[in-house]
Structure formats: structure tokens, C-alpha cells
Write a protein that binds this ligand. Sequence first.
Ligand code: GLU
Length: 452
Amino acid sequence: MEHYNVEQKIQEFMAKIEAKNPNEPEFIQAVKEVAVTVIPFIATRKEYTGMKLLERMAEPERVIIFRVPWIDDNGEIQVNRGFRIQMNSAIGPYKGGIRFHPTVNLSVLKFLAFEQVFKNSLTTLPMGGGKGGSDFDPQGKSDMEVMRFCQAFMMELCKHIGPETDVPAGDIGVGAREIGYLFGMYKKIRNEFTGVLTGKGLAYGGSLIRPEATGYGVVYFAEQMLKTIDDSIEGKTVAVSGFGNVAWGVIKKTNDLGGKVVTISGPDGYVYDKDGISGEKIEYLLEMRASGNNRAEDYLAKYPEAQFFAGRRPWEVKCDIAFPSATQNELDLEDAKTLVANGCICVTEAANMPSTLDAINYFLDNKVLFSPGKASNAGGVATSGLEMTQNSIRLNWSSEEVDARLKEIMIGIHKACRDYGKEEDGYVNYVKGANIAGFVKVAEAMLAQGLV
Ligand code: GLU
């Protein structure tokens, strides 16, 4: 009976979410993943029942949508759409990246902002959740075009952010160059030098290890998962997707810990390098990215002994560990089946929501060590939090200090997931663990602050 009631609650809750947010499939997907694990938990806690906590968390505190007009190198006027989703500020100022990519729309940014609330809560640092971006495509644009776009974007965004209000950072399409232009414009308009953005350059308030942090954190998390079965990264064959900032950090740290990475990918297909992507090959990924091509095939220009598979995903390669590090929904049920059939024991998400719901359920049913991005990729935003602290105390910490704190945070997130996600047979459902652990802190703060 009890079970039936909870199932019904989930269905009713999701029906409302779907009705309220039509044409937002990514957002609905992200909320559903949380609802199926958190609603049964709420049912066991008297203080949470009837408080509409998840309903409130699924409604952004504020959505800002704005016009971004700018002039391209040919003197032609271009118009893009800018967004900032201020999802939840119960435990701290809104915090989350900015994504510049043609696929950016309200659904994508709402899913990312929703995930960010739970992710930031898991870090234990005082950061609420937000996300922003634009459908602007930096690929193929000149530096000056990117600068003019960033300045036009910040002209409006600056009215809504601030070091105590909302602290954006990078995401897909927004790296050191874009953060620099955005920061410069904010500083000029507000006449304030503050930690309003993270991912800044070292010369103007950035933190050591921030570029590596997301990837390093992912691998630290995987190390903890493997430890629960008395195993490690050492000697493992590893499949990675993407070749951007996150993939780069994942590949670096996997190599440090003795693993062998055999794939990277791009929108064009994937590269298989049987000798392993190590040493100078890792730094070559930065050059590939700087070229602005976004083509994985370019790897073969320097390392022709590798193989390129056009239009395919790396999940068909036999591996022990998979790190999806590219983008949302890049790993579906068929991919999950292939990975499991090939003996993959650990899937640690490095991107945000790279696995579809069906794929996640398949991993869980097959007792694969599976971790959702909101837990395992939280090292990026956690290190942004450390950058905010350094800006506030006006000091810079050494790499060793930042890295040690990052590692400690990832170990803490892993423990929190285990505490809430351990099942009777000993298997850890990290999806459930991450969702509940992330939820509890935000819920407590929301309850304490009343209906606001
Ligand atoms: N975009 C990153 C994420 O998805 C980093 C956000 C931040 O540092 O604020 O978590």
C-alpha cells in the first residue's frame, strides 16, 4: 500500500512538471531522475512531507532571458539570446557555469541549473545553484567577435550577478578567454574588482588547479568507487568521450594513477589509440581545442597510427572504466548494454547528465559502479568555491593546497553518496545517494527560511 502511494506520488508530481514545462525534455529528464529517488525518501521523513520541497526546487527562483546584439567582423548585426537561470539560493549565492553553444535553450539550461543545486549542495560549500548561457557559437568566430559578444552579453548580465548574489563560471564554449572578456566588462561597468566570476586567469584572481579540477575530481571519485571493491585505476583500460577541458583533466589524472586511456571523441566521431593517450598527446588535446575546429579526427594529423571512427561513439570499445566527458545524453541504452557486455565495471560521469535514464537504469540493474555527474563532476564547481574563498580572503593557495582540498571534498561526496545510497545487498546506488544527500541540505535551509 505504502509502495503504491509513493509510486502514485511520483507519477502525480511528474505529470505536473510535464504540464508546466512542455517542450523541455532535458529539464523533465533531470527532475525525474531526482523525483524517483527523493520522493520515496521524503515519504519517510515527517518534517519534509507536505512541505512541497521538491516542487519548490523544480521552480526556478528567477529566469532572466535577454537579447544580445553584437557586430561581427563583416560589420553585420547579429542577435543572440542570453539566459541566466537562478534556480535556488537557499544555501548560498547562485553558482554555476555559462554555456555558449548553438544547442542552448531554456530546457537545457534549466536542467543544468537544477542539477547544479544538488551538485553544489554535495560539495558542502555555501553555493546555491544557477546556470546561464547563450545560443552563440564560438566555433569559427574570431577573438574580436568573441570579445564583442562577451561584452554585449555582460552588458545585461551584470545587472543580475555579483559576488554575493550570483557567481557564474565556464562550461561548454566558455573557457579562460571568454571568462577574461566577461570579467573585464563587469569590472568596467561596475567599477568593482570582485570575485564575480570563477575560472579566472591566475594573473587576476584565478585559482591554481581550477582548469584541471573537474577532471581530477572525477578520477578521485572513481578511485573511491573502485576502492569499495578493493580495486583501483592502475592497469585499467579507460574510454573517455570529448576532448575538452573536462576530458583533458580526466585523461591527465587517469595517467597519473596508472590507467590507460584509449579513446577521445568529438561531434564527428571517436579516436581509438591502442597505445594510450599519454604524455605529450594529452597536451596536444589543448592545441586541438585552441584550433577551434572541434574535430576529434584532427588527433590523427599528429598521431596517424591511431584510428578514427566517423559518426560513432567510443562506448563500443572494450574498456574497464568509462568516463563520459562530453555532453548530455551522449550514452544511451544500447551503449550501456555494449559497455556491460564488454566487461566495463565502472562508469563515472564527467559531463552533466551524459547518460539517458534508460542507460542509468541498465547500469544500476547490472550493479555497475555508476556515478551521476552531479556527484562525480562536482570537483569543478567545488574548486570554483575555493577560488571564491581565496578571492574573499585576498590570498592565493598553492596547487598542493587546492588539490588536497579538492580530493578531500570528493572523498566527502563519495561518503555522502554511500551513506544514503547503500542498498541491502551492499551495492551502492550512487544516483539515489547523490540525490538524497544533495536534497537534504537544501531542504533543511529552505525549511528554516520559510516560504520565500
Ligand atoms: N560548469 C561547471 C559545472 O557544470 C562549473 C560551474 C562553476 O564552476 O560554477 O559544474
